[in-house]
Write a protein that binds this ligand. Sequence first.
Ligand code: GNR
Ligand code: NI
Length: 176
Amino acid sequence: MALRDILILPDKRLRLVSHPVDTIDRDVKTLVDDMFETMYRVRGIGLAAVQVGVPKRVVTLDVARRENEEEQQNPRVFINPQVVWSSDELSVYEEGCLSIPEINEDVERPAQVKIRYLDLDGKPQEADAEGLFATCIQHEIDHLNGILFIDHISKLKRDRIVKKFTKAAKRAREDA
Ligand code: GNR
Ligand code: NI
């Protein structure tokens, strides 16, 4: 297992549309292992492969509350996940993103969704999601389509956030 670097806004690779996985080979299994290690290390509750620079439709998720970093509670893998139904009812959740550190904003999304995906054995699965699970899996599927949670907030707020991260990246380049 290995830690992977997480891409940070305004990295253009975060805007790639990820490719479906057709065979769950060793590369995909290693990717999933590394994504869990990386996600638990930084205390994330979800991670999309594109966030570590691999534009494949792979998501790791663990929305169980953790006291202790790296303590796995309910690790789940979603390959080629799709929302096949979403509720009319909406809910608001304060979201964050490992690719946009230290920014949290309210996002409104369908409160419940039904998703279809493949498990690590390539077997088709369905899940009904609500609460934090519903929010998080929608956030991750957005990543697979090159969409970030800041795309769901006001343009004024989004532009401010992008500007802040663009400046920080420029400074980091100059210091290097
Ligand atoms: O760790 C994360 N927390 C979080 C909180 C509210 C809504 C969504 C998330 S996902 C985020 C990890 C991440 O960036 N996944 O792409
Ligand atoms: Ni994210």
